[in-house]
Design a protein around this ligand. Sequence first.
Ligand SMILES: [Zn+2]
Length: 83
Amino acid sequence: MHKYGDCSFCGGEVKEEKVELDYRYQGKLFIFQNVPSGVCQQCGEKYLPAKVAKEIEHRIQTKQKWDKTISVPVDVLPEEVAV
Ligand SMILES: [Zn+2]
């Protein structure tokens, strides 16, 4: 199991969980489920181990048939949305 350091944002404890991960690769969005990743128990920040990221890119490059394809709604916010 990968050893995670404390969260670099809030210093919280990072524990490994199975997460749903959205991953962008060459302008396309992919969703992976059941991904082992570190998750900060305090702020929820995810820490994907380099080994898992590599596996994900390998799967994107070699997978012929995906388990599911979903459509993702996109909204472009108008310029007048204030910050
Ligand atoms: Zn955190």
